[in-house]
Design a protein around this ligand. Structure first.
Ligand SMILES: Cc1cc2nc3c(=O)[nH]c(=O)nc-3n(C[C@H](O)[C@H](O)[C@H](O)COP(=O)(O)O)c2cc1C
Ligand code: SF4
Ligand code: SF4
Length: 484
């Protein structure tokens, strides 16, 4: 991340940013700081950059020309200019949009940011119109200049730049994440001023400590910032994923949205039979793999046991680099009919179970970056919806396609190797394996290959070499993950 700050007091910015964690990040090259003294661009021998306001009134106004020239000196050499664009330029002003966590995460995705710090009564409106892309306020109060506000923003944004915080620092529960405040902290000594550290923290029981922290965090938010609690939206990830590819992609997106998603594994038959009701204050991520361009056929149908109440949902169709065809539209139709509002959709590429070449290593770094951007977009949509309500998004494909027949894949079973542990019987998502004979009923089997993957004895295998050859001859070129 490159920061450029246009200011009359560069030392104020340099001293602050080059200290502590941001200072460490500058030294290690994770962020860079370039300050530009607007006064260096004055066009008079006294180096004045301000003048009296037209129309009279108190105070002075910064002139347009020196600000323009200072901005141009940055813009000309910016990364954005090389792509024929203007860099994102933030003007710190109490008239701006109030800085908050989603904005932090969104700005952290940029490669470079320009901050413009005003002084006196402000800056000539005409130059602001030409250079500023974002008007931002750090709170409803007035400062003597924009420098401290720029430092606040740089500090908050840098925490989200990869590598700025150590793993240990960034893995911590964050105040503001999930719209919850942090739980209280304690360190040695165990008793101070007669006050004992809460007993649960001394037990070493990780699960109990986590539960206590979550409870305290909710309690504290209720007490100190009830307005935030109103915005807290628990996320449930309802996924079908026989060989875990879809699950991994869903987990990546979930981790960008919340610290503590509830995972609902619909690969388990029992979980598909239980009706689950969601309120309008929740968020659902429904994820499934693509089978022949559609949702896998299960009994009862995927996601049909979920009931929303104007609950926003994101649908994810994970696919093996061929095509996802109708899957997203189908998922949206199933969920819309059950009280959900589809506010976003993702089609990431994952490894294809029938090929060692298609989708291997996906989601990769580039996919993760794209998923992160999508998560920020979803957070923005949710914030906007607090005012205007949720908007259902249009998706490609047929919402109710005619079912396609999938040719059975050749499977082998080595009875000698089998320990009769019954794992495949229990974990087959569609109950296609006989408990007594361990034979597969091909009329029921959906060819998901879960039984092969989970058999620890190596008693089951499949041969999809012909399918793999065919797919690889047509779909080897890696496809980009898509987001709506
Ligand atoms: C029966 C079957 C049909 C599939 N059809 C498609 C398809 O049409 N397009 C595609 O890109 N991937 C297809 N795949 C690959 C899956 O979408 C996915 O890559 C993976 O095999 C299953 O995901 P999971 O690991 O979450 O179980 C198919 C996989 C199976 C088992
Ligand atoms: S999981 Fe493997 S070992 Fe266990 S019953 Fe099935 S085939 Fe046999
Ligand atoms: S029997 Fe068929 S449906 Fe069941 S786990 Fe095996 S491949 Fe999947």
């Amino acid at each position: 991340m490159e920061y450029h700050v246009l200011t009359l007091f560069p030392e104020m910015i340099q001293n602050t940013v080059n200290t502590s964690i941001t200072g460490r990040a500058v030294k290690s090259g994770k962020i860079s700081l370039h300050t530009v003294n607007i006064r260096d661009f004055a066009d008079n021998k006294h180096m004045r950059v301000d003048d009296y306001p037209y129309g009279g009134g108190a105070g002075m106004v910064m002139q347009a020309e020196p600000v323009w020239r200072a901005y141009e000196s940055v813009r000309e050499n910016s990364r954005a200019a090389k792509k024929g664009k203007r860099p994102r330029c933030i003007y710190l002003t109490p008239q701006g949009k109030v800085f908050h966590q989603t904005m932090v995460e969104e700005l952290a995705l940029e490669e470079e940011l320009v901050f413009l710090c005003g002084h006196y009564e402000g800056i000539d409106e005409r130059v602001l119109e030409e250079v500023v892309t974002d008007y931002v306020s750090i709170g409803d109060y007035v400062l003597t200049g924009g420098e401290l506000a720029a430092c606040v923003m740089i500090d908050a944004i840098s925490r989200f730049v990869p590598g700025v915080l150590s793993n240990e620092e960034s893995a911590q529960f964050e105040s503001m994440q999930d719209n919850l405040l942090e739980y209280p902290h304690y360190t040695r000594p165990e008793i101070w001023h007669g006050k004992q550290v809460p007993q649960v923290l001394l037990t070493g029981a990780h699960g109990k400590v986590e539960a206590w922290r979550r409870e305290k965090s909710i309690e504290r938010t209720k007490e100190r910032r009830p307005d935030l609690l109103q915005k807290n939206r628990p996320l449930t990830v309802a996924y079908f994923s026989p060989t875990d590819g879809t699950k991994k992609a869903a987990e990546i997106l979930a981790a960008c949205l919340t610290q503590s998603p509830r995972m609902l594994d619909l690969t388990r038959r029992r979980n598909r039979k239980q009706e689950m009701v969601f309120t309008e204050k929740e968020l659902l991520l429904a994820a499934a793999p693509v089978y022949a361009g559609q949702l896998p056929e299960t009994e009862p149908g995927l996601f049909t046991n979920l009931r929303g109440n104007h609950t926003p949902c994101i649908v994810m169709a994970a696919y093996g680099n061929r095509r996802y065809d109708d899957t997203l539209a189908q998922m949206k139709a199933v969920l819309s009919a059950r009280g959900f509002v589809c506010i976003g959709a993702a089609a990431p590429v994952i490894p294809h179970i029938f090929s060692e070449k298609l989708g291997q290593g996906r989601p990769d770094e580039k996919d993760r970056e794209a998923i992160k951007r999508f998560a920020v977009e979803i957070k923005k949509r949710i914030e906007q919806a607090e005012e205007h309500g949720f908007q259902e998004i249009p998706l490609p494909g047929a919402p109710d396609p005619a079912p396609k027949e999938i040719k059975p894949v050749k499977k082998s079973f080595d009875r000698e190797q089998c320990t009769n542990c019954q794992a495949c019987v229990q974990k087959c998502p569609v109950n296609a394996i006989s408990m007594e004979t361990l034979a597969i009923d091909e009329r029921v089997c959906i060819n998901c290959m879960r039984c092969v993957k989970i058999c620890k004895a190596g008693a089951r295998s499949f041969d999809a070499s012909a399918t793999a050859l065919h797919l690889e001859s047509l779909y080897l070129q890696p496809r980009e993950a898509e987001f709506f």
